[in-house]
Design a protein around this ligand. Structure first.
Ligand code: ADP
Ligand code: ASP
Ligand code: MG
Length: 411
């Protein structure tokens, strides 16, 4: 008998009707002889609604984050109860578990907590009794019993972490598309469904904006060797298997394109070109717990330089305020910012053995008259920052230029 963990995302559980379909999927898996543990997201866009409630209150003190987590975690708790009731109505023993009841212990970084430990006793007991445990996604508690959440999309991480501790044979992430595509199929309709993708590429795609999987879920799956599959709740099919790299497999140069509109760019102009400046600028930013992504420092002309970096768009105003003070201290000329940028990244393990991907990418963007504001590269990815308004045009153009679509299709 196999054990599978099945996770159902927001669209999959958007109404009681949807939840009934999900329950039948779970029953079908049990009928095939599997034991099933389930993780659920909040219904539909409930997390967005809860989040806007918090924003309406508009109190941004550090202590408010504890309450935001209490608020956000409630969405998943509604679904776990409704799905358990529906399963029981259909004759299947089921029991709901909050993150805490499932034994998920985290650190205390509210709204982006990380799992420290899972005590899976209660879940094992439930499975041994023949029940379907239904666990609320994206939440746990810290060592003082405070509710914590894992950041948007974090229910995937709950599912993979539970699959790891329960020793599941597969973790199945059910969502509203048929698997992982070469890019967001809602933006490029010729995007190709991938049969499989390596952990390394999936990790890059997820961290660079493909929200189909939470990046920490991919990290966990890779670290604990959890077989991970993304598939559709609504259309039967094999979906996409996330696998380790097979040296016999011929790797495409580019596997996929990810993009994100969640970033903002800040520039400190006219900074004196002396040692310690980067630290003076970024030190206060990191003390405020703001994560910095790309960094560019220009070559100095007349002994001064410009220093540019990107942060999460939610941190933009706070970072601007901090830089206002820093600029005075270091005698910088001015601070400018832009929160209408987007980052586009091309990812592929085949890039390791192929030069020229970046220049081909720049040529495609140039032909569309799209200005590149920042560039960063690593062994298996090239990222560019461009104006937000061109992100969809750029994605379509690159997807087509690199022949990522199904054979015979052109966008
Ligand atoms: P869920 O609520 O099921 O967790 P998400 O909205 O978090 O679903 O993730 C699924 C969405 O991810 C899809 O609807 C799709 O628009 C988006 N997406 C972005 N990039 C990709 C990609 N490369 N492959 C598949 N889906 C993608
Ligand atoms: N409900 C949370 C969100 O919308 C967590 C998740 O669905 O993964 O981000
Ligand atoms: Mg998701």
């Amino acid at each position: 008998m196999s054990l599978v963990v099945q996770k159902f995302g927001g669209t999959s559980v958007a109404s009681v009707d949807h939840i009934e379909k999900v329950a039948r999927k779970i029953l079908a898996s049990r009928d095939r002889g599997n034991k099933v543990a389930v993780v659920v997201s909040a219904m539909g866009d409930q997390t967005d609604r809860l989040d806007s409630l918090a924003k309406e209150v508009d109190f941004s003190g550090e202590c408010s984050k504890r309450e935001i987590d209490v608020l956000l975690s409630s969405g998943e708790q509604v679904t776990m109860a409704v799905l358990s009731m529906v399963l029981m109505k259909l004759g299947c023993p089921a029991r709901s578990f909050t993150g805490n009841q499932a034994g998920i212990l985290t650190d205390s970084f509210h709204t982006r907590a990380r799992i420290h430990h899972i005590d899976a006793k209660a879940l094992h007991l439930s499975l041994d009794k023949g029940e379907v445990p239904v666990v609320a996604g994206f939440q746990g508690t810290d060592d003082r019993g405070n509710i914590t959440t894992f950041g948007r999309g974090g229910s995937d991480t709950t599912a993979v972490a539970l699959a790891a501790v329960l020793g599941a044979d597969e973790c199945q992430i059910f969502t509203d598309v048929e698997g992982v595509y070469t890019t967001d199929p809602r933006v490029v309709d010729t995007a190709r469904l991938m049969e499989q993708v390596t952990f390394e590429e999936m990790l890059e795609l997820a961290s660079l904006g493909s929200r189909v999987l939470h990046s920490r879920a991919v990290e966990f799956a890779s670290k604990y060797k959890v077989p991970l599959r993304v598939l559709s709740t609504f259309v039967d099919g094999p979906g996409t298997l996330i696998t380790k790299e097979d040296s016999d497999m011929e790797q495409p140069i580019i596997s996929g394109i990810a993009f994100t509109k969640d970033e903002a760019k800040l520039t400190v102009r006219g900074v004196e070109d002396v040692p310690g400046v980067a630290w003076k600028i970024l030190g206060p930013v990191s003390e405020a717990n703001i994560e910095v992504d790309m960094i560019v420092q220009n070559v100095a002309a007349d002994n001064t330089t410009d220093f540019t970096f990107t942060v999460d768009r939610n941190d933009y105003q706070e970072a601007m305020d901090i830089l206002g003070n820093v600029a005075n201290d270091i005698n910088a000329r001015e601070v400018t910012g832009d929160n209408r940028i987007a980052k586009l990244s091309m990812v592929g393990v085949g890039m390791r053995s192929h030069a020229g991907v970046a220049s081909q990418m720049f040529e495609v963007l140039a032909k569309k008259s799209i200005n590149i504001q920042m560039i960063s590269t690593s062994e298996i990815k090239v990222s560019v920052v461009i104006a937000e308004e061109y992100i969809e045009l750029a994605t379509r153009a690159l997807h087509s230029a690199f022949d990522l679509q199904e054979q015979g299709l052109k966008s």
